[in-house]
Structures are given as structure tokens and as C-alpha cells.
Design a protein around this ligand. Sequence first.
Ligand SMILES: Nc1ncnc2c1ncn2[C@@H]1O[C@H](COP(=O)(O)OP(=O)(O)OP(=O)(O)O)[C@@H](O)[C@H]1O
Ligand SMILES: [Mg+2]
Length: 257
Amino acid sequence: MGIRKIETGITGLDIMLQGGFPEGRMILIMGGPGTGKTIFCSQFLHHGATEQGEKSVYISLDETKPHFLEEMLTFGWDFQELEQANLFTFIDASDIRRISEKAEVGRLHVGGTELARARLIDNIFTIADGSGSSSIEKFIGDIGATRVVLDSISGLLFRFPEAWKKRKAILDVMEALSVSGATCLITSEAASIGEERQVQPEEYLSNGAILLQTLRTGDRAVRILKMRGTEIDSTPRPYQIGERGIELHSDQSIFET
Ligand SMILES: Nc1ncnc2c1ncn2[C@@H]1O[C@H](COP(=O)(O)OP(=O)(O)OP(=O)(O)O)[C@@H](O)[C@H]1O
Ligand SMILES: [Mg+2]
């Protein structure tokens, strides 16, 4: 019957995707600041945990854990509770923007957990730098996570001004994550808004890409740019961020003026 689908947690989007994301694939969630990328990814993980009992890992290169937990609680999503139930693991790598050299990451060690965290973050760098084998997939595998989020890849790529190095880093990180077999969402800052948008290398390299946009009118629109292995609705559809997260209207369309 073809590729298995997993529900995104956003009802309208599941309709657009004919059931959800193709299982075990790498999907890019692109958008400008404040378009809802972090909320989108969290909704995906929360849905998996509460509706399907799926375990997940959130690798955050942007937000700290306390900030994340507090923000998600405003939608009624209690990730601390999921963590206690062994359904959720948050890897706080938010300090990497302040760390310029890989070597310094290894010095983050304080206690056992800190050391494990530093090693894992260090491993992301090692993969991105194109050296060494990956322990990320082992980490994800040991946990038994089937949903993984990396938020955001832009936080990792600022270190690579050269296009070919950037491309290789993206490819290596994606490969390491995809070996785990989990369905992975990677967020990425869109280079610009509107039709002038510059296509990012990560967009070519992923299995699927979804663009979140805030239009000039202030309306929000979601567009599925690609999704290998499945039929999609590529019409831009309106969405809102409300009390219960992202709500998408798959039966409405949006036209830019
Ligand atoms: N409780 C809420 N109710 C309604 N809208 C909210 C709520 N909390 C946040 N928002 C909206 O969501 C946006 C932030 O969403 P999110 O953090 O997911 O964006 P993002 O794309 O990850 O941004 P960044 O690029 O800065 O990481 C805010 O700009 C705000 O408009
Ligand atoms: Mg974010």
C-alpha cells in the first residue's frame, strides 16, 4: 500500500498530505521569524506522545529548556509531564550560538548529564564538520524515539560561510538523523518572504519541505513545497496560531495580492 503515513497533529495538514508525513523521512519546516516553526514541531511531538504513545527527542539550537517548557504550556502542552513519563527528551544546545569553536563545547562538562549533553552537541558539530561517526542515531535508537526535531539547522550553519561546506554539513546531519529511522523535522529560517524567496540547499536535500509565511496582509499561509513519495495539495492554505496551537484550514485558499 505504499509508504506509511504518520499524523502531524495538525488536522488540516493531514488532509493536505493525505494522511500525514511519510514515516521515517526528513521534513524541512521553513519560515521567517515568528511564523510558528517551533510551535509546529512541538505540536507534532505532543500529538505523537499523547495520541500514539510515541517517544520523541527535541534538539534545540534556539530556545532554552525552561523557555520552551513555559511557552508550550500556554497551549496546554505539558512536556515536563511527558518527560517524566519517558516519552520526551529535550536536548538543550541553545548555547551553541555563543560558542564559536567546536573544542569549547567539550569544556561544558559539569556533571554526568551535562557531560552527556555536551558530548551529544559536540557530536552534532563533529558530524557537521564531516569527521567522526555519529552517536546521534545511537542516542535516538537507545531512547526508542520515532519522532525527532532539530530546531533550527540555521543555528548550526552560520559556522559555514562556504556553500559547499554548508551543503556537506546539512547532508551529514540529515544522514545521521535519518539512519535512526525516526521521522525528523528540521526547522530552517527562510531567506526571504514572498516570491523572491531564495531556495536553500537544505530544501533540495530533504525529503519534504513545508513553508510557513506571514503575508503582507498579516495573514498566515502554509504551503507544501514538496513531499517525496506522496500526493500533495500544493495550494497555499491559511493557518492561525490559537489557544491549541496551529490550526490550518485545508478547505480555504489564500491569494496574495
Ligand atoms: N499562546 C499563543 N497564542 C497565539 N499565538 C501565539 C501564542 N504564543 C505564540 N504565538 C504566536 O506564535 C509566534 C511564535 O511562534 P514560534 O516560536 O513557533 O515561531 P518560530 O517560527 O519558531 O520563530 P523563530 O524563528 O523566532 O524561532 C509568535 O510570533 C506569536 O505570534
Ligand atoms: Mg523557533
